[in-house]
Design a binder for this molecule. Structure first.
Ligand code: NAI
Ligand code: 2PC
Length: 313
């Protein structure tokens, strides 16, 4: 290829990735990751630069998948207090693993939105009651939407509940997706079969005694060692799964502050090496790992180069 890397912006990412197609790809990638050397994934824990002066963070997330022949790095900034721009901004740089050439730069905001919901859907596929009928989403931002879409691939929910700090935001999302807005987190969570926490909360927003025994929780926010979304008691009384032990032991306040044990990486369940206790209360603690971005960006690029209307024939 000549002329430098292709630049693929968000609208094209949304046209090229269908969440349904990404689900088995992310599932396989999480399995490969948890196979250690045999899975062919090289992925250091991300580097996060705190920018205290502006209350923001810059993450550098890189990985290589030998099985996918895919090498990429995502640069992601997250500014929880952002008001006039998105809280997360990201780009994924794809390299040719054989030569080191930079082949494409893909919008990472869209990839982050889609792949995170899909990773939770993969976890829910293994860990939630297959007859789950009530979904509770805490938060009303980008991930709240993407989690609704991703989990709807698995279940036709009889009831979807949204809670957000600002009731009007919960009502807006609820109207958009045909859900019910709740005025307290407890009201949203009680009797729910699947719960997704997708907020920037730094102290627990869910207490253990609100959660129905056997519920499955995707705990997606709280990616700093001193942030929590779930109470320590909830973490300690649930069976805890995660995307990456190394990452969660370093970054996940829900794990670190509670001192809970991580039973398994979700990849170990996918690989059949650890049990899926779906009849017990389970937590999937997700901080987000680079291999998810690598395989998602590869899917975008592969489809882009095979799409005549995008490459002008
Ligand atoms: N595990 C993963 O792979 C990923 C995790 N995330 C995390 O997911 C969370 C949500 O991300 P987005 O939806 O993209 O952000 P967003 O900015 O679109 O939405 C954030 C939501 O959190 C709520 N919120 C903010 N502070 C809060 C507080 N103190 N208590 C309760 N709610 C609060 C906001 O009202 C909003 O509903 C963030 O923590 C983010 O860092 C984001 C991307 C990937
Ligand atoms: O995986 C990811 O991209 C992120 N996790 C938390 C903030 C961004």
């Amino acid at each position: 290829m000549s002329g430098g890397p292709r630049i693929i912006a968000a609208p094209d990412v949304y046209k090229l990735i269908r969440p349904k197609d990404l689900l088995p790809v992310i599932e396989k990638a999480l399995g490969n990751y948890s196979m250690g050397r045999d899975g062919g994934v090289i992925q250091p824990v991300r580097t996060v630069v705190p920018i205290e002066k502006y209350h923001g963070f810059l993450g550098v997330m890189s990985a290589f998948s030998g099985r996918d022949e895919a090498l990429a790095v995502k640069l992601v900034s997250f500014y929880p207090e952002a008001k006039d721009h998105p809280t997360h901004q990201a780009w994924v740089m794809i390299f040719n693993p054989a030569t080191g050439n930079l082949t494409a730069i893909v919008d990472g905001e869209s990839i982050t939105a889609i792949r995170t919901g899909i990773a939770s859907a993969v976890a829910s596929k293994h860990l939630a009651n297959p007859n789950a009928s009530v979904l509770a989403i805490l938060g009303s931002g980008i991930q709240a939407r993407s989690h609704f879409e991703a989990l709807s691939l698995l279940h036709s929910f009889a009831e979807v509940r949204i809670w957000s700090r600002t009731l009007a935001n919960a009502q807006k999302l609820a109207t958009e997706i045909g859900a019910k807005a709740c005025s307290t987190a407890e009201e949203a969570v009680r009797d729910a079969d699947i719960i997704c926490t997708v907020t920037f909360a730094t102290t627990p927003i869910i207490q253990a005694d609100w959660v129905k025994p056997g519920a499955h929780i995707n705990a997606v926010g709280a990616c700093r060692a001193d942030w929590q979304e779930l109470s320590s008691q909830l973490m300690k009384t649930s069976v805890v799964y995660c995307d990456s032990r190394d990452a969660c032991n370093q970054e996940a306040g829900d794990v670190i502050q509670s001192g809970c044990d991580i039973y398994a990486e979700i990849g170990e369940v996918i690989n059949g090496h650890k049990e899926a206790f779906w009849e017990k209360t389970t937590v999937f603690k997700s901080v987000g790992i680079a291999i998810e971005d690598v395989v998602s960006a590869k899917m975008v690029l592969d489809r882009y180069v095979n799409c005549p209307t995008m490459t002008n024939g």
